[in-house]
Design a protein around this ligand. Structure first.
Ligand SMILES: [Zn+2]
Length: 336
C-alpha cells in the first residue's frame, strides 16, 4: 500500500485532486489514470508506486531533449497508466493498461542510475510521469543528492499545486503541446489545452529547462493557421524554447496515414521564423543546433549520433549557448 497525496474525503467518496479530471472514487475504484484509486479503508493509493514496466539507457536525444547534455545517456524508466487517452498514443500498451512490473525503490533507482557509465540522471517517461507523483517526489531529492538530474517527459496535464511541486524537483522537461485547439484536446486526447499552456508557463517560470514537442497528425492537427498560433504563443513565452515537430505514424486507435514529410518541412520553416531552435522529429533530415547569432553548427546530429562542436558556456562569437550541461548545471539557486 502506498498512500497518495492530493485528494479529499467527501460525503460521496474520495475526490482525487492530482489532475484536473477530479475523479470521484468509491472504495475499490481506480481513477481514469488507472494508477491511483480508493482503497477499501477509503484512503487514496498510488498502485504504481515503484512499479517499473519499462527501463532503458537511452540517448537524451531520444526523449527528445536536444539542449541537455547533448550526446549523453540517461536512465529512462516508466510505469503504467495515463490521465489522457490520445487516439494516436504511441505507447498505448503501457499507458492504457494495468501492469504489475518489477519493484524499484527510490534507493535502488539511485544505485542503478549511478552504475551506468556517463549517465546524467533519470528520465521519467514512456507513460505519463505526472500520475507517478509520489514516487518522483521521493526519488528526485535522492537523485539530486547523488549529483544526478531528474527529467520528465510529460503531457503537462496536472493540477497547478502538484505541478508546482514537481517543478521544484525536475531539472528538465519535454512537454507535449498536442494542438492549439481546445476541441482537439477534449475529443482526441481527453484533456484541456488551457491547463497544459498554464503548466508550460509555470515550468519555464520555475526555472525548469523546457522543450516542447508537437506531434503532427494527418488531418487532425495539421492546420497551418492553428500551428502558427501555437508558434506565436511559444515565441511570446521565449524564442529560445526548443520546439520538436514530430511526424506521426498510425498507432492505437488512429488509422490516418503517416504525416507527409513535406508538412513537417513546411511547419519547421514556419516555426523557424519565430523560434530560434526548431527540430523535425521522426524524419531523416538534419537536426543540428546552430548558434542563433553566427549560425555556426554547435551540435551535429545524425540519427542518435551526436558531435559537439562547442566548448564552454559561450559560442566563439560571444553568444551565450543554449545548453544545460556541465557549464550550467547544477544551478546553485535550485539546490536548496
Ligand atoms: Zn555564434
Amino acid at each position: 500500500m502506498n498512500k497518495a497525496r492530493y485528494y479529499k474525503q467527501t460525503d460521496d467518496g474520495l475526490l482525487c485532486l492530482l489532475c484536473p479530471h477530479h475523479c470521484r472514487l468509491q472504495p475499490g475504484q481506480s481513477g481514469r489514470c488507472l494508477s491511483r484509486g480508493a482503497a477499501d479503508d477509503n484512503s487514496m493509493q498510488l498502485y504504481s508506486y515503484a512499479r517499473v514496466i519499462a527501463a532503458n539507457v537511452d540517448p537524451i536525444e531520444k526523449k527528445p531533449l536536444y539542449h541537455v547534455f547533448p550526446g549523453r545517456p540517461i536512465y529512462s524508466i516508466g510505469s503504467y497508466g495515463c490521465n489522457m487517452h490520445c487516439r494516436f498514443c504511441q505507447n498505448a500498451d503501457i499507458s492504457q493498461k494495468r501492469h504489475t512490473g518489477s519493484e524499484l525503490t527510490p534507493q535502488q533507482l539511485v544505485v542503478e542510475a549511478q552504475s551506468i557509465k556517463d549517465n546524467i540522471g533519470v528520465a521519467f517517461t514512456y507513460n505519463e510521469p505526472g500520475i507517478w507523483f509520489e514516487y518522483i517526489c521521493d526519488c528526485a531529492p535522492l537523485l539530486r543528492q547523488a549529483g544526478l538530474m531528474t527529467v520528465m517527459v510529460s503531457n503537462g496535464y496536472l493540477s497547478s499545486e502538484p505541478w508546482a511541486e514537481l517543478c521544484q524537483y525536475v531539472d528538465a522537461m519535454n512537454i507535449d503541446l498536442k494542438s492549439f485547439n481546445a476541441d482537439f484536446y477534449q475529443k482526441i486526447c481527453g484533456g484541456r489545452l488551457e491547463t497544459v499552456k498554464d503548466n508550460i508557463i509555470a515550468a519555464v517560470k520555475a526555472g525548469v529547462h523546457v522543450e516542447v514537442t508537437n506531434l503532427v497528425v494527418t488531418g487532425l492537427n495539421d492546420n497551418p493557421a492553428e500551428f502558427s498560433e501555437m508558434v506565436d504563443w511559444l515565441a511570446d513565452l521565449s524564442d529560445r524554447l526548443p520546439l520538436h515537430i514530430s511526424r506521426y505514424f498510425p498507432r492505437y486507435l488512429e488509422a490516418a496515414p503517416p504525416t507527409d514529410p513535406a508538412v513537417i518541412d513546411s511547419f519547421v520553416a514556419l516555426a523557424a521564423k519565430k523560434l530560434k531552435f526548431v527540430y523535425p522529429g521522426n524524419v531523416a533530415v538534419s537536426q543540428d543546433t546552430l548558434c542563433p547569432a553566427c549560425k555556426s553548427v554547435l551540435v551535429k546530429r545524425h540519427a542518435y549520433e551526436v558531435m559537439l562542436n562547442y566548448r564552454g558556456a559561450a559560442c566563439q562569437c560571444g553568444e551565450k549557448l543554449p545548453f544545460v550541461d556541465e557549464n550550467s548545471w547544477p544551478r546553485k539557486e535550485r539546490m536548496a
